[in-house]
Design a protein around this ligand. Structure first.
Ligand SMILES: Cc1cc2nc3c(=O)[nH]c(=O)nc-3n(C[C@H](O)[C@H](O)[C@H](O)COP(=O)(O)O)c2cc1C
Length: 147
């Protein structure tokens, strides 16, 4: 059983819901999934001991949040090279943050990212069965990369 950390920022709970559903998918695939808000991660050492990482952040002002940018500088120091990864985001109309996260993990950290690309869901979909299913499938797809 591999260990996956799902680290996310969520101001009003939508991205947190996605994180919980994605964690279910990782567990269905037979792996451990730990959920942490990025405010709980203060230093690179806090990212040690995990085989895979899934990062999530909603889009605010067509951007990642300032806290997520700081978190990515912490993650840079953790050497995530070749670790399995995924990225997710909730949004209402433009939704840039999922791609920003995914691209940073792929091109800067050189992680082994899930082929699906980022999971980017409109906030209204998250509470519907389609949203739950999309998140679970994403978590399963990341988990299957270990097999
Ligand atoms: C002030 C403000 C700015 C926002 N800017 C954007 C934006 O530029 N693009 C977008 O797609 N959604 C934008 N949103 C919508 C959020 O991304 C959306 O509500 C998201 O689900 C919030 O996630 P959270 O509940 O995890 O914080 C904005 C919301 C607020 C309140």
């Amino acid at each position: 059983m591999k260990k996956v950390l799902i680290a996310y920022f969520s101001r009003t709970g939508n991205t947190e819901k996605m994180a919980q559903f994605i964690a279910e998918g990782v567990r269905i695939a037979g792996h451990q999934a730990d959920l942490k808000p990025i405010s709980d991660i203060r230093k690179a050492k806090d990212l040690e001991g995990y085989d895979g990482f899934i990062f999530g952040c909603p889009t605010y002002h067509r951007d990642l949040t300032a806290g997520m940018k700081t978190f990515l500088f912490i993650a840079e120091k953790a050497n995530l090279w070749a670790k399995i990864g995924g990225a997710f985001a909730s949004y209402t109309h433009s939704g840039e943050s999922g791609t920003m996260l995914y691209d940073t993990m792929l091109h800067v950290f050189k992680m082994d990212m899930v082929d699906l690309g980022p999971l980017v869901l409109k906030e209204a979909v998250i509470s519907e069965s389609d949203g739950l299913k999309a998140c679970q499938e994403y978590g399963k797809a990341v988990g299957k990369k270990f097999h």
